[in-house]
Design a protein around this ligand. Structure first.
Ligand code: NAD
Length: 464
C-alpha cells in the first residue's frame, strides 16, 4: 500500500524537475550556476537523460557547436582579450576557427571486435560519465568549446571550473555550447559551470562522487592537484618549447616560421617557440631575416631592463611578472622608452638566461648561439625541463631531426614549420587545446574521454 503523503512527495519531486529552470544565474546564461552544488545536481540530471541519446544526435549537437563557434569567434576573441588583457584579437579568432573546424567529433570512436572459435568479443568506447574540467586563462573559451566537443561526442556530460581571471568569456562559451546542444534537441545543462569559480568550487567539483573523470589544462599546480585526487585524471601541463635552427635549414623560411609561431597570440599557446638555439654560422642571417619578418632586435643593457619588466627575481630565482603575460611587444618596448610596435622582440642571450629557462608566455624570444647539433640538443633538452610538451626544429638533415626527437621526447615535435602546425594549423592532423603530456594521452580528442568496455558472447556467433 502506498500512502497519500508518499504519492504527493513523488508528484512534488517530478514537478520540481519539470519546472526547474535551465538557468540559475543572474545573467541568464545557459548552464552557468551561482552555486557549484546546483551545477552538479543539474549536470547529473542531464547526464541521465543523455544516456539515451544516439550517436547521430550527439553529432548534430557538435555540428551546431561548430557553426555557433564560427559565427561568434570574433565576439569571444574580443571578450577574451578584454577580460584577461592578454593576447591578440586577430589570433584568437583563428584559434576559435581551428577549434570549430578541426576538433574531432563522434568519428573518433572506434569499437573493436575479436572473433574466433570461442565466439565474438566486442570492445566499445563508452562514456566515462560526468567529467570535471579545469581550464586556463590563456585559451579560455577555446578550451571550453574544444573539451566540450570531445567529451560530449564520447557521451559524457561536463562540469567546468574555469580560471577565475577568464571566467566571463569561458562562461560565454558554456552558454554557447548549451545553446547549440539545445537547438539540436539535447538536454538542458549537459555542460555546466559556475559564475564565480574559486578554489572551493574546484575542490567541491573534484570531490563530488558523481564526477568520474578529471581533466586539468594549465600549469604544474593544477595538474599535481588533479593527479592526487584518486580519480582517473588527464593532466595537460606546462611546457617551455625550444626551437633549433641548424646550418642546413632554409634560413629565410625558418626565420619567418619562428616569428609567426612565437608571436602568435603574443606567445600564449603552450606549444609556441619560447627559446631558440641557432648554429653560430647562420645566426646572423637568421636574426636578419627575423627582423625582416616583424621582429625587433633588442641589444645590450636594454635586454637587462626588459628582464626587470617581464620577470620577478627572488633569491636569484626568476618567475614571470603576471602583469605582463600575453601583452603586445610594443608595450614592452614603450616601457623601455622605444617607440615601435613589432610582433616579437628578439635578443641574444646565454644559455642560462632566464628568458631561456622560464616559460614566459610573452612575445620575447631569446636566441642562443651553438657550435653544433650535440650542443643544441643538450641545451634544448635542458630548457624543456622534462615537461615532454613540445619542441621544434628547422633542418634538412634527417639524422639531426631524429636525434633531437629521440632526445627531447616531447608530445609534439614540429619540423620546418611554425609551432602551431603541431595542432593542425598548417600541419596535418586534428586540433586540441588540451595536450596531455604528463599523463600521456597526447593530443586529447573524443577517444581520450572514453572507458573501454568488453562484451563477450561465447556461443560461436561469427559468420565464417
Ligand atoms: P594556471 O595553472 O594558472 O591555471 C589553470 C587552471 O588551474 C585555472 O582554472 C586555475 O584556477 C586552476 N588552478 C591553478 N592551481 C590550482 C590548484 N592548485 N588546484 C585547483 N585548480 C588550480 O594556468 P594559466 O596561467 O591559466 O595557463 C597557462 C599555463 O597552462 C601554462 O603553464 C601553459 O603551458 C599551460 N597550458 C597547458 C596546455 C596544455 O594543453 N598542455 C594548454 C594551455 C595552457
Amino acid at each position: 500500500m502506498i500512502d497519500e503523503k508518499y504519492i504527493s512527495q513523488i508528484v512534488a519531486n517530478v514537478l520540481k524537475d519539470v519546472t526547474a529552470p535551465a538557468v540559475a544565474n543572474a545573467k541568464g546564461q545557459l548552464g552557468v550556476f551561482d552555486k557549484m552544488e546546483d551545477a552538479l545536481a543539474a549536470v547529473k540530471k542531464a547526464y541521465k537523460q543523455y544516456r539515451s541519446y544516439t550517436v547521430a544526435q550527439r553529432e548534430k549537437m557538435i555540428a551546431n557547436i561548430r557553426e555557433l563557434t564560427l559565427a561568434e569567434a570574433e565576439t569571444m576573441a574580443r571578450m577574451g582579450v578584454e577580460e584577461t588583457g592578454m593576447g591578440r584579437v586577430e589570433d584568437k579568432i583563428i584559434k576559435h576557427q581551428l577549434v570549430a573546424n578541426k576538433t574531432p567529433g563522434t568519428e573518433d570512436l572506434h569499437p573493436t571486435a575479436m572473433t574466433g572459435d570461442a565466439g565474438l568479443t566486442l570492445v566499445e568506447m563508452a562514456p566515462f560519465g560526468i567529467i570535471g574540467s579545469i581550464t586556463p586563462s590563456t585559451n579560455p573559451s577555446e578550451t571550453v568549446i574544444c573539451n566540450t566537443m570531445g567529451m560530449i561526442a564520447a557521451g559524457n556530460a561536463v562540469v567546468f571550473n574555469p580560471h577565475p581571471n577568464a571566467c566571463k568569456v569561458a562562461n560565454y562559451a558554456v552558454d554557447l555550447v548549451n545553446r547549440a546542444i539545445q537547438a539540436a534537441g539535447g538536454p538542458e545543462n549537459l555542460v555546466v559551470s559556475v559564475a564565480k569559480p574559486t578554489m572551493d568550487t574546484s575542490k567541491m567539483m573534484m570531490e563530488c562522487p558523481d564526477v568520474k573523470m578529471l581533466v586539468a589544462t594549465g600549469g604544474p599546480g593544477v595538474v599535481r592537484t588533479l593527479l592526487s585526487s584518486g580519480k582517473k585524471a588527464i593532466g595537460a601541463g606546462a611546457g617551455n618549447p625550444p626551437v633549433i635552427v641548424d646550418d642546413t635549414a632554409d634560413i629565410a623560411k625558418a626565420a619567418a616560421d619562428i616569428v609567426k609561431g612565437a608571436s602568435f597570440d603574443n606567445n600564449l599557446p603552450c606549444i609556441a617557440e619560447k627559446e631558440c638555439f641557432a648554429f653560430d654560422s647562420i645566426a646572423d642571417e637568421l636574426i636578419d631575416n627575423m627582423t625582416k619578418n616583424g621582429a625587433y632586435l633588442l641589444k645590450g643593457d636594454m635586454v637587462d631592463k626588459l628582464v626587470k619588466v617581464a620577470l620577478v627575481e627572488k633569491d636569484g630565482k626568476y618567475s614571470i611578472n603576471k602583469k605582463w603575460v600575453g601583452k603586445n611587444a610594443g608595450l614592452f618596448l614603450k616601457e623601455l622608452g622605444i617607440d615601435a610596435d613589432p610582433r616579437l622582440i628578439i635578443c641574444e642571450t646565454a644559455e642560462n638566461h632566464p628568458f631561456v629557462q622560464v616559460e614566459m608566455m610573452m612575445p620575447i624570444l631569446a636566441i642562443v648561439r651553438v657550435n653544433n647539433i650535440d650542443e643544441a640538443i643538450e641545451m634544448a633538452v635542458k630548457a624543456e625541463h622534462g615537461c615532454r610538451h613540445s619542441a621544434h626544429i628547422h633542418s634538412k638533415n634527417v639524422d639531426r631531426l631524429t636525434a633531437f626527437a629521440r632526445a627531447v621526447e616531447t608530445t609534439i615535435f614540429v619540423k620546418n614549420a611554425p609551432s602551431y602546425a603541431g595542432i593542425g594549423a598548417g600541419g596535418e592532423g586534428y586540433t586540441t587545446f588540451t595536450i596531455a603530456g604528463p599523463t600521456g594521452e597526447g593530443l586529447t580528442a573524443t577517444h581520450s574521454f572514453t572507458r573501454q568496455r568488453r562484451c563477450v558472447m561465447a556461443d560461436g556467433l561469427h559468420i565464417v
